[in-house]
Unconditional design. Structure first.
Length: 740
């Protein structure tokens, strides 16, 4: 973009700049001279005072009368400019007599070694050697004089110098600019005004001038050009008037532009509709690529095409036309449009003089295509996920849908009863946060986004001590209703993807060996079953209902990579013990809490790649999930190889938030505690681990921070072991209760 500035403005700026520089040099030169004169005068007067004092101090110093030396110094106080003074005997390290602050005075020997007179802008130091008449040294005297009066005089002189310099510069500038205005700027302004009249369409414009200098010759050249323009416009107007009737009857946008890329007059009526009323005179680049950066490939390609389009022979135009853009996405008269483009040359004497562009508006067609494509992609992605769930155990997804619907319905019921209490809001927040994590795992982005909005509303309601009010309560109810609708929609898509339809919601897979074992027990018993047989049947029934652990992590592996990428980290998820059995009552709970623990490990445990490299670790962190079973319980361990739990940071954050507790394990699972300072996608909510413990304990299970992992960290590998969370799942409810 060219800088818009008149010649007069440039001349004024240049003149003022030169005068400012010259005036600055003059000002600083005169100021320095005045300062030197004041300092020299001060130094001369101070020298007389010090010399008189030195002469009076010879006798008392020679006779060792320190009191007379001190009295001589006290007499110096009559001079108000003297700040401090001191006398050192020859070879002494401390002054014999002093007035004022002797600490401000330089060492006597050092003062004489540097210079007998020294000024630092604030004060003037004078050092003199005290000698006997025979020239032998008695000591040294140093006197400090204040330069405050001289600084005040210098300020006054600076103001006078500045005023005089500025006035002189202003006078010179006025003379120079006045001459330039009369001889150069005024004639050029008349020439510019005439050019604007030609630009506005006025014909036969002339500029009268009597001078024979460069400005006069420029005016003669302008008059010749103006006449040539008038003749050419007459010829073009005749041709364009014949084209206007044709263009106005066509439904495409038709514009004609020349070698300079500017659109000529008389565009078609449709061009005015698409590009706006002021089409003529605008650049074709502006019409097609107004909102596109100059460095974009599409605009660069069009620029290169324009560079060669007018230089090829008309006979080779067909090859060049194939390189022209076939479509453009531009912003015309207030809205974005898609145009299909065709370019046709206007040939004169075998050369391409102008190009006619025909643009067909296909905006509605492209919008419909994009909308259909987006819906198709979303549907295909969701259906693909549903098929993967069906292949890997859809029971987990069905359990999630049933649990989410039940929990959201209970939250709706609480809102219907009135404004929820503080504890109820915390419980609702944990419920919604858990559902959001599960929705992210199953790629239900709409449900996750709605839950995120619900979290904000619940957090605001929890932090506000006043009544939530009808408005906030209504907003919560509305959001909960939308979330329920999204759960129902996900259920419908799952049924649609299933080859057995709605029956998939009531179907579960079991191990063939468990079914056979139960059948053998039932058919081998004679008479009334014994208590041992009943217990065995009960154990076999629990095993039959149990779900393979692999179902609980079906969608978690792909989700972990997405979560890590979102915050600039790299994570690999390793799952061991997929065949381990999970009690049916715990499977949906485990599916819900594992994403919390994995997200917590990614957000708080795994370090960024740069920090891991500095610690000698690979860029990608590892989060491992291990499931093992024994006759008593199922144990699930979620471990990461990150930096581990910073107990001091957890304790400090808990104190800051007013959360009571001593053990790191208890504080980590406290509601509202998060070491993240900023709210993010994975961290900062303070309800994740709290929701994990609440959900597991409600199902008769427990979770703790592994004490062995903490011991390993403190032993030898601090920062390399990471953290490990251990989930204990008793096989029966009774055992779970005994376990608690």
């Amino acid at each position: 973009m060219k800088l818009q500035a008149s010649l007069g403005s440039k001349l004024t700026a240049a003149t003022l700049l030169v005068l400012a520089v010259v005036s600055s040099f003059v000002f600083y030169g005169l100021t320095a001279r005045a300062r030197d004169e004041l300092l020299a005068s001060k130094s001369k007067a101070a020298t007389l005072v010090v010399d008189l004092f030195v002469a009076s101090a010879v006798a008392p110093l020679d006779f060792g009368d320190d009191k007379d030396v001190q009295d001589a110094l006290e007499n110096l106080r009559i001079d108000r400019d003297i700040v401090s003074a001191a006398v050192w005997r020859e070879g002494a390290s401390a002054p014999t007599a002093a007035i004022g602050s002797s600490a401000e005075l330089p060492d006597a020997a050092a003062a004489l070694a540097r210079a007998p007179v020294r000024a630092d802008g604030e004060a003037l130091d004078l050092a003199r050697r005290i000698e006997r008449p025979d020239g032998s040294a008695l000591g040294v005297a140093v006197v400090r004089f204040s330069l405050a009066p001289e600084r005040a005089q210098l300020r006054t002189q600076r103001e006078r110098i500045l005023g005089g310099t500025a006035a002189t510069a202003a006078l010179i500038a006025a003379l120079i600019l006045g001459f330039a205005r009369f001889q150069i700027v005024a004639p050029l302004e008349r020439l510019v005004a005439a050019a604007r009249r030609v630009q506005g369409g006025e014909a036969g414009v002339r500029v009268e001038t009597s001078s024979g200098d460069e400005v006069g010759r420029l005016a003669d050249a302008f008059n010749t050009m103006s006449e040539a323009i008038r003749e050419r416009e007459q010829r073009l107007a005749s041709a364009m008037s014949r084209l206007r009737e044709l263009f106005d009857n066509m439904r495409q946008a038709i514009v004609v532009f020349g070698r300079d890329g500017l659109v000529e007059e008389a565009p078609s009526a449709q061009a005015t509709v698409i590009f706006g009323a002021s089409v003529a005179g605008r650049s074709i680049r502006e019409l097609l690529y107004a909102d596109v950066p100059e460095w974009s490939p599409a605009r660069q390609a069009f620029e290169q095409w324009l560079d060669c389009a007018f230089d090829v022979p008309a006979s080779e135009w067909a090859a060049v036309a194939e390189l022209a853009p076939a479509e453009a996405r531009c912003r015309g008269a207030g809205e974005e449009r898609w145009l299909e483009l065709q370019f046709t040359p206007v040939v004169t004497e075998g050369r391409v003089e102008r190009i006619m562009m025909l643009g067909t508006d296909v905006t509605e067609q492209r919008r419909l295509e994009q909308a259909a494509q987006t819906l198709e992609q979303q549907h295909a992605r969701q259906m693909g996920l549903m098929r993967r769930l069906l292949a890997g155990g859809g029971q987990v997804f069905v359990s999630f849908l049933d649990g989410a619907q039940a929990r959201l319905s209970s939250a709706v019921a609480r809102c219907a009863e009135g404004t929820p209490s503080g504890d109820a809001l915390v419980q609702m927040l944990e419920i919604v946060h858990t559902i959001r994590g599960e929705a992210r795992t199953f790629e239900l982005e709409e449900l996750a986004a709605e839950c995120q909005g619900l979290e904000r509303s619940l957090r605001d309601a929890r932090e506000d001590d006043s009544d939530a009010g009808e408005g906030r309560l209504g907003d919560l109810a509305a959001r909960l209703g939308r979330a329920l609708s999204l759960v129902s929609a996900a259920r419908d898509r799952f049924v649609e993807a299933s080859p057995i339809g709605a029956a998939v919601l009531d179907q579960m897979t079991v191990r063939r060996s468990d079914v056979r074992a139960m059948g053998q027990l039932l058919f081998s018993s004679n008479g009334a079953p014994s208590s041992a047989l009943v217990e065995e049947l009960r154990r076999r029934l629990l095993a039959l209902e149990a779900r393979p652990f692999g179902e609980c992590v079906t969608a978690l592996e792909a989700a972990a990579s997405r979560w890590a990428d979102a915050i600039g980290k790299k994570v690999a998820l390793a799952v061991t013990g997929r065949a381990a059995r999970v009690p049916a009552r715990v499977a949906p709970v485990l599916t819900a809490v594992l994403p919390h623990l994995v997200r917590n490990a990614i957000a708080h445990g795994i370090e960024p790649p740069s920090r891991r490299r500095g610690a000698g670790k690979p860029d990608a962190g590892t989060v491992s999930i291990t499931a093992t079973e024994d006759p008593e319980q199922l144990t699930v361990v979620v471990r990461d190889d990150g930096a581990g739990v910073d107990a001091e940071a957890v304790t400090a954050r808990a104190r800051e938030l007013g959360i009571d507790g001593d053990a790191t394990d208890d504080l980590l699972f406290a509601a509202g505690l998060s070491t993240a300072r900023q709210l993010g996608e994975l961290a900062g909510h303070g309800v994740g681990l709290s929701a994990v413990r609440s959900a597991l304990r409600e199902a008769g299970c427990d979770v703790r921070l592994s004490s062995s992992a903490a011991a390993e960290r403190s032993a030898a590998m601090e920062g390399h072991v990471g953290a490990a969370f251990v989930i204990s799942v008793p096989w029966t409810v009774d055992r779970a209760r005994r376990h608690d």
